[in-house]
Design a protein around this ligand. Structure first.
Ligand SMILES: O=C(O)CCC(=O)C(=O)O
Length: 287
């Protein structure tokens, strides 16, 4: 098996030395992925350097993945309601595939107003991540937005604690809260929030915190028309209503979790999005 790009001599030497030192193939592949190689590329390179059939390598890593300790998963809120620190959150819709809940009253009116006003002066064009892990302006995502660092302000910390207790996952498994603002015509076309292990961006995007496991989209206002969150695979659209949220959980590769921020038709739309990781997350910023 030959790879499409030549293997650098230092990399070849490192693979040989690491395996001679007693590290197994899954460990070598994991280290390569942590250094930015995508899984397919790493398997081809290791197979070529060690003269192992690619199929054998694939089987080894699948077996290792099956045995690898899993990161954390969120607890899905159960209907009819969950009380967190005296705050009652209604569960008005539950879906099994994808795992999805509509959460009513997750934020108070005042919290929604305050989040909008805190974010307004910081708004910038929202970006996405390209297949190589670089941030890019993308016609599929036309909103403006900003991030808050974990516990950056008392209100941010309070909301993070509420989500942490509701979903039974530590605050440090969350990425910084992102506030998004959409004007008429602006949208976020259908996409997945998990990172695709087959893309070169997988290594850099999951280096800190591992895979994303759940998203919470909290609505800070009610657009006059349009702006719902659609799950096209199951024909479901969640209405954006001030103070409510849609929570959905997934494993990497879960195609039922395809979703979109539909174009706003009249008025404007403000949301706060929280993405959760299987392990503690250390980077401040994500697209
Ligand atoms: O705007 C929405 O309703 C969805 C936002 C979204 O999908 C995201 O930020 O990942």
């Amino acid at each position: 098996m030959s790879t499409s790009t030549p293997i650098r001599p230092e990399l070849r030497e490192w693979i040989l030395a690491t395996t001679r030192a007693g590290h197994g193939l899954p460990a070598v592949l994991r280290l390569m992925e942590e250094n930015g190689y995508n899984p397919r590329q790493s398997r081809s390179i290791v197979a070529e350097v060690l003269k192992v059939p690619l199929a054998a390598l694939h089987a080894t890593t699948q077996h290792a993945a099956a045995k690898a300790p899993q990161g954390m998963r969120t607890k899905h809120p159960e209907a009819p309601e969950v009380i967190v620190d005296g705050h009652t959150i209604g569960v008005s819709l539950s879906v099994d595939a994808p795992t999805l809940r509509v959460l009513d009253g997750i934020l108070s009116e005042q919290e929604c107003t305050d989040l909008i006003e805190l974010a307004r002066p910081r708004l910038q064009r929202t970006l996405t991540v390209d297949t190589d892990g670089r941030y890019q302006v993308d016609q599929r995502r036309t909103s403006e937005g900003t991030f808050f660092a974990i516990n950056e302000l008392p209100l941010i910390g309070l909301i993070e604690q509420r989500l942490s207790r509701l979903l039974e996952i530590p605050v440090d498994h969350g990425e910084g809260l992102q506030i998004l603002h959409y004007l008429p015509g602006q949208e976020y076309e259908p996409h997945y929030d998990w990172f695709d292990p087959e893309l070169p961006s997988f290594g850099p995007m999951t280096k800190w915190g591992g895979q994303r496991i759940a998203s919470v989209v909290m609505y800070l206002n009610s657009p006059e028309q349009g702006g719902g969150t659609a799950f096209p695979g199951i024909g479901l659209t969640i209405t954006a209503r001030r103070g409510s949220a849609v929570y959905f959980a997934y494993e990497g590769g879960d195609r039922t979790s395809l979703h979109a921020g539909l174009p706003v038709i009249r008025g404007e739309k403000w949301i706060a999005t929280k993405w959760l990781r299987e392990r503690p997350f250390r980077n401040r910023r994500m697209a």
